[in-house]
Design a protein around this ligand. Structure first.
Ligand SMILES: Nc1ncnc2c1ncn2[C@@H]1O[C@H](COP(=O)(O)OP(=O)(O)OP(=O)(O)O)[C@@H](O)[C@H]1O
Length: 278
């Protein structure tokens, strides 16, 4: 799609030594300012997808296009190496390029961990470390932030406040955000679009659409049921390109879906028709 920050067409990735591709024929595009979340079971290819989009992995076939000169802020999934090394937060923020102390201080304040510059990385709590990682990614003034499971190890309140911060960052900077997450309930509420991945795109659309898609429910079972408590999904509205792998067809804009689902509310919550603030 024109204007996309990153797009992929027919993206197929097969790591060396693996017989079958981890990703198969994935089409994708993210537009400026969009928040897109990738969900999927363990081993479904989420990190591979992100790394291929960023150019760290070469595709077997298909193409990835990144806007020329695109500024990317990337928080990878596995960063425990840095945490065990003796290193202050200031030094960590200055890798690979030196960052003036006042800029570092400002960014740490923005991400809610003011005054930690001289603290050792190993002395940070999980939540503080995630915010330091976010500060480092933001120092690059990214047009797109790519976060691979950014709330690993955080408790529920920590997760919620982290995602709130991500929404604030989008509002303030206009950066697009591509996240991989297992925190389905929380993160889906903060997303414009959700992609459910399992080697290929099983379904994608608004959180409401995806949470009630049979393919999504088949993958996430009980957790998907929880989503039903949060979203009321009437199948009498228009879908904008919503591919449902279980149905096996696309619903074109203007097409009315004919499923008649009964919505249950297992937690006794009232249905929330629109996206809610966190
Ligand atoms: N370099 C590699 N060599 C061999 N296998 C790999 C390689 N990279 C990924 N894989 C395999 O590809 C599959 C997808 O891995 P990936 O890390 O992308 O999944 P994921 O959805 O991010 O998983 P998780 O939710 O557990 O983080 C896994 O089965 C993994 O073992």
């Amino acid at each position: 799609m024109t204007g996309a920050l990153i797009s992929a067409k027919g993206l197929t990735v097969r790591p060396p030594g693996l017989g079958a591709p981890v990703l198969n024929e994935v089409d994708f595009a993210i537009q400026p300012g969009e928040i897109v979340t990738v969900v999927g079971p363990n081993g479904s290819g989420k990190s591979t997808f992100v790394r291929a989009l960023l150019g760290y992995l070469a595709p077997q076939s298909g193409t990835v296009t990144r806007q020329s000169g695109l500024r990317i802020g990337y928080v990878p999934q596995r960063v425990h190496v840095e945490r065990t090394m003796p290193m202050t937060v200031q030094r960590f923020l200055s890798l690979p390029h030196r960052v003036p102390e006042d800029q570092a201080a400002q960014m740490l304040e923005r991400t809610g961990v003011a005054g930690l510059q001289s603290r050792q990385l190993s002395a940070l709590s999980g939540g503080q470390f995630q915010r330091v990682l976010l500060a480092r990614a933001l120092l690059n003034h990214p047009q797109i932030l790519v976060l691979d499971e950014p709330t690993q190890g955080l408790d529920q309140p920590g997760m919620i406040s982290f995602y709130r911060l991500i929404e604030e960052v989008r509002a303030e900077t206009g950066a697009a955000i591509l996240m991989v997450s297992h925190d389905l309930l929380v993160v889906m509420r903060a997303s414009d679009r959700v992609i459910c991945l399992n080697g290929h795109i099983c379904c994608e659309g608004t959180p409401q659409d995806v949470s009630s898609a049979p393919a999504y429910r088949a993958l996430f079972g009980a957790e998907a049921q929880g989503m039903l408590a949060l979203y009321q999904h009437h199948h009498d509205h228009e879908h904008e390109h919503f591919h449902d792998a279980t149905c096996g067809h696309d619903h074109a804009p203007g097409q009315t879906h004919s499923h008649t689902d009964t919505h249950t509310h297992p937690h006794g919550l009232s249905a929330v028709p629109e996206r809610q603030g966190l």
